[in-house]
Design a protein around this ligand. Structure first.
Ligand SMILES: Nc1ncnc2c1ncn2[C@@H]1O[C@H](COP(=O)(O)OP(=O)(O)OP(=O)(O)O)[C@@H](O)[C@H]1O
Ligand SMILES: [Mg+2]
Length: 465
């Protein structure tokens, strides 16, 4: 598959016309996928960054305008070409205002479409880099620096707003780099406590012996080195929010003391008998499985229930890949303006596809680092490309499905298993191309004849031993 071949989504409900155009576009080197309805187009757009979309405006159900809007919102750099009916110039004009690159009117010659397409591609190539950044992030896809437009993230934003209004204790869970601390800050900033302090304490960053004094404060002479009286983080957070990060690493003794704070809202400084009452909201976070630690006996069950009044779970990035384009835009804007002098840099669709295919063990933090690194490597150029990434991203394939590598206890028949996987993937590629074997073979990087042979052999069932 040529590196710079353009991925194109063709949306039209007229099957014969669509097939004919797809085939000819294919002859001109485009990698064409077809969608027969607006719904199918939206589904495809949610997990793949096409370079070009060509859509009929008139579609049954979800119409072409909605498809266009979704495509442009998600991929501000996509080239959209509209097919309109005769005498509907107004619709075409509206589509252009919406951000479409151009339109053709039915009936049209294939060459007219190709001409429009090629000049849009050329224009895009020449277009100034600023345009990309003008497609700023919309407010409704972010709160307090947390960016996301996937449905899980939008639900999360709603949950954060709801819980912000309360004073309930919250337990935030999620893998490293998923935004737990950002979420905690967002809750504080959305809460009636926002005028008071947000105090963060990372329980795993401070030696066990010092953690207690850090949390509760101490009086002079409480321990060797305690030269004066000091307020702890709890007191500092009075009327505000205390964020206890990595709460799973607390010792049993400290867990008991924290439980008392949660139950009685009171504590003593280390080395003191005077009881202090406080009004503080506690937000705890952990990347470990506290429920499991409870059953292993390493975390107090009663404390777990006191902390987990409202659970907030941050999804890993690999489960919401459709947020990646927006996050990339967010980081390019943020990091680009921090540069001296400020730079406006875009990212090629191929580069974006690699990012969307990667598995992201370090989640959003890793994505931010990778964008920053790519920005540094792209010195002087206005567009980041695949070559600006490290090897881990460069090898990420364009197929986001992870092969399940489940291994049964009783062992397996490896060859039959692999044949099953092959057959499934071939069938999927055929579904995606509506049975077009030439296109399916292209998607699988196979020769057409190889695909046909494989399909015949696999459908015959397992070969006789
Ligand atoms: N949804 C998001 N939108 C924008 N930036 C994000 C998002 N999630 C995380 N980040 C960024 O990723 C980085 C890590 O976020 P954060 O520190 O909140 O993660 P964490 O879950 O607390 O990680 P850890 O478990 O490693 O402490 C930060 O730079 C943060 O700004
Ligand atoms: Mg954190």
């Amino acid at each position: 598959m040529a590196e710079n071949a353009k991925h194109l989504l063709l949306v039209d409900d007229e099957a014969a016309l669509r097939e004919a155009i797809a085939e000819r576009l294919g002859d001109h080197g485009f990698l064409v996928e077809q969608a027969a309805s607006g719904e199918a187009a939206l589904a495809r757009l949610s997990d793949f960054a096409f370079d070009v979309i060509i859509t009929d405006l008139r579609l049954p159900g979800v119409d072409g305008r909605a498809v266009l809007e979704a495509a442009l919102q998600r991929y501000p750099d996509i080239i959209a070409i509209i097919i309109t009916g005769f005498g509907t110039v107004k619709d075409a004009v509206n589509a252009i205002k919406q951000g479409a690159a151009d339109f053709v009117t039915k009936p049209f010659q294939f060459d007219a479409l190709l001409h429009v397409l090629n000049s849009a591609l050329e224009q895009r190539r020449l277009r100034s880099e600023n345009a990309y950044l003008r497609s700023q992030l919309e407010d409704r896809y972010r709160i307090d620096g947390l960016v996301g437009r996937s449905s899980v993230m939008r639900n999360l934003f709603q949950l954060l707003e709801t819980v912000a209004a309360t004073s309930s204790t919250i337990l935030i869970t999620g893998e490293t780099g998923t935004g737990k601390e950002l979420a905690a800050r967002a809750i504080h900033h959305g809460s009636p406590r926002r005028a008071n302090r947000f105090v963060a304490l990372n329980c795993s960053a401070i030696p066990e012996t010092l953690l207690e004094a850090e949390l509760f404060g101490h009086v002079r002479g409480a321990f060797t080195g305690a030269v004066g009286t000091r307020q702890g983080r709890l007191e500092q957070a009075h009327k505000g929010t205390l964020f206890l990060d990595e709460v799973g690493t607390m010792s049993p003794a400290l867990q008991a003391k924290l439980l008392r704070v949660l139950q009685e809202r009171e504590f003593e400084r280390v080395g003191d008998s005077h009881t202090i009452r406080i009004d503080v909201r506690i937000i705890a976070a952990t990347h470990s499985d506290l429920a499991r630690m409870v059953s292993d006996g390493t975390f107090r069950e009663d404390l777990y229930y006191r902390l987990n009044v409202i659970p907030v779970k941050l999804p890993p990035l690999r489960d919401r890949r459709d947020d990646i384009p927006l996050l990339v835009q967010h980081f390019l804007q943020k990091l680009g303006t921090e540069q001296v002098p400020p730079r406006a840099v875009t990212m090629s669709q191929e580069a974006l596809r690699r990012l969307m295919a990667y598995t992201w063990p370090g989640n959003v933090r890793q994505l931010e680092n990778i964008v920053e690194r790519a920005l540094a490597f792209s010195q002087g150029r206005s567009q980041i490309d695949v070559g600006d990434f490290g090897p881990e991203i460069q090898v990420a394939s364009a197929a986001p499905d992870e092969v399940s590598a489940w291994f049964p206890d009783e062992g397996m028949d490896l060859e039959r298993y692999i044949e099953g996987v092959e057959l499934t993937l071939i069938k999927r590629s055929l579904e995606r191309t509506h049975g077009n074997k030439v296109q399916a073979a292209k998607l699988l990087n196979l020769k057409r004849t190889t695909l046909i042979e494989k399909l015949k052999r696999l459908e015959r069932g397992p070969a006789a031993p």
